[in-house]
Design a protein around this ligand. Structure first.
Ligand code: HPA
Length: 312
């Protein structure tokens, strides 16, 4: 079989300064290239859209045809999902005529992965020719107007681990992917957000579609009441343990991003509240809304190709 090679616009590998902690240099351009070439040689699919399926949302790939599936453990350099509700498969397929790749399961800081590992697949997709990333996840509602089962279109985020130096772009910058100081004020594409609102309304989902600010925490524990109150004061509408590293790396390398966060529980803001957050509830609500989310995601993918929302 003919070997396909990945193009790169700058010659030679990035020179990493000596003495950098391993955590910061876990993936070299050669690592990304090797995995990309392996996938390009194993499949004839050339995806334009990536869908990252959040907890219990692996079913989002069900609407695709002509599927080809790889287990993460069989893909060179790929991390392996350890979180419950994350299958650990990469599914290539078509939504109508649009070639897509679905990540059934993604990676989290709380699993012990570095942010370089968490975001590894994003750069692989970029090198494969992907232009759009649709991130889905589960989050706890903080905005008092939200209800369990709402789908929040992410308007903006707060990268709380990033404030503490846990940031996927820390370390030497590889200009082949993007610039040293990327702009994040438009991380979530305005046109895609508008399209999501339109498509949601056409599908009769307006009653439970919201827009809001998502905050990432590292987890794995759910928030204390004092933490939840702090997040409310900071302007967060929901809180979860994923998405922001992938979105940051996607924006850095010029991909268009849409984020959909399913409100699987309401975060306790009150000491008198008896309900306790738990992962079973997260998975149960994800299952309940998976079908609607799948319709929404499929319609969005077809429409975003038709409308040809431009990439940077
Ligand atoms: N907090 C953090 N992450 C979450 C939550 C939550 O309440 N629900 C789903 N993911």
């Amino acid at each position: 079989m003919e070997m396909l090679m990945v193009d790169c616009c700058v010659n030679g590998p990035v020179q990493f300064p000596e003495g950098l902690p391993d955590l910061l240099i876990c993936c070299s351009f050669e690592d990304y290239k090797l995995t990309t070439e392996w996938l390009l040689n194993q499949t004839s699919h050339r995806p334009k859209v990536t869908v990252i399926c959040g907890s219990g949302l692996g079913l989002l790939a069900d609407g695709a045809t002509n599927k080809q599936t790889f287990r993460y453990q069989d893909i060179p350099n790929f991390p392996v999902s350890t979180a419950p509700g994350h299958e650990g498969c990469l599914v290539f397929g078509l939504i109508e005529d649009t070639p897509c790749v679905f990540m059934q399961g993604h990676f989290h800081l709380y699993e012990g992965y570095s942010l370089c590992q968490v975001t590894f697949p994003i750069r692989i997709f970029k090198l494969m020719g992907v232009e759009y990333v649709l991130v889905t996840n589960a989050s706890g509602g903080i905005c008092p107007d939200f209800k369990v089962g709402d789908i929040m279109i992410i308007k903006d985020h707060i990268n709380l681990p990033g404030f503490a130096g846990q940031h996927p772009l820390c370390g030497p910058n590889d200009e082949r992917f993007g610039i040293r100081f990327p702009c994040m004020s438009d991380a979530y594409c305005k046109d895609l957000r508008r399209l999501a609102l339109d498509v949601g309304s056409e599908l009769g989902c307006s009653d439970f579609i919201r827009e809001g600010v998502y905050c990432m925490v590292s987890g794995p524990n759910f928030e204390t009441i004092a933490e939840a109150r702090m997040l409310l004061i900071l302007g967060c509408d929901s809180v979860g343990m994923s998405a922001v590293p992938e979105v940051t790396v996607a924006k850095h390398c010029g991909l268009r991003v849409l984020g959909l966060s399913l409100i699987t529980n309401m975060v306790s803001l009150d000491y008198s509240r008896e309900e306790k957050a738990n992962h079973e509830e997260v998975l149960q609500i994800s299952k309940m809304r998976a079908e609607v989310l799948q319709k929404l995601v499929s319609a969005l993918i077809s429409r975003c190709q038709q409308q040809n929302i431009n990439t940077n």
